[in-house]
Design a protein around this ligand. Sequence first.
Ligand code: RET
Length: 257
Amino acid sequence: MNLSLNFLSVAKIATDDYVGFTFFVGCMAMMAASAFFFLSMNNFDKKWRTSILVSGLITFIAAVHYYYMRDYWATHAYVDGVLSTNPKVLSLASPTFFRYVDWALTVPLMCVEFFLILKVAGAKKSMMWRLIFLSVIMLVTGYFGEAVYRDSAWLWGLVSGIAYFVIVYDIWLGEAKKLAEAAGGAVLSAHKTLCWFVLVGWAIYPLGYMAGTPGWYSFIGDWGLNMDVIYNIGDAVNKIGFGLVVYNLALQQQTAE
Ligand SMILES: *C/C=C(C)/C=C/C=C(C)/C=C/C1=C(C)CCCC1(C)C
């Protein structure tokens, strides 16, 4: 009985735990955004419904992960380097695994969004799979550096960063850009906005990584920046922002018809 209801019990977040607070607010924001996208789906033609659905799936998957991450953060800590669930200890532990599972599901869906909005211009699935492949490399190598081989975090981060730059190149200057230009109008401007999200919004994540892993860049962590807070801000900006760009495009296209 206790076990089956366990997932319903909510761990309390200390009032001075600002990191825990950003997990809590992040969870709420993702839930609210999901409700917004799902409920607005029926206002759109079939053609746009899939894009809005994907926007909602991205924030919904994040909401579920934030629900767990908030709980994990509030109940786990490292005591002398050993993971513990003793409620009396104060230094809390990052939910790294949940974090990366969330990203591994949502970042490929963001690549799908690029494909969906460029489909009108004849985007091929191969473009989408290339972006997905690059994003998986980016995330798997990032996970290795953050969770498995922390002593060489800089090297894994570098490989991850290279994959990230190839994604940036692809959408800003590669095939995706040509398709966006061929489509023109609202599709082109939505594509450009998404490109800015990837260039500036996604660059928040390597900052969090540098704040949370050991390396020559440790001064970033010394500024008092917390890795999880940075990641939580990045997620709110990018997941909800991406969805709204797509929502706005669908709205424009619909009223133009
Ligand atoms: C919704 C989640 C999103 C958009 C997550 C994006 C994550 C990244 C762009 C992560 C990038 C990383 C690097 C470029 C280098 C260091 C390791 C990572 C994985 C933090």
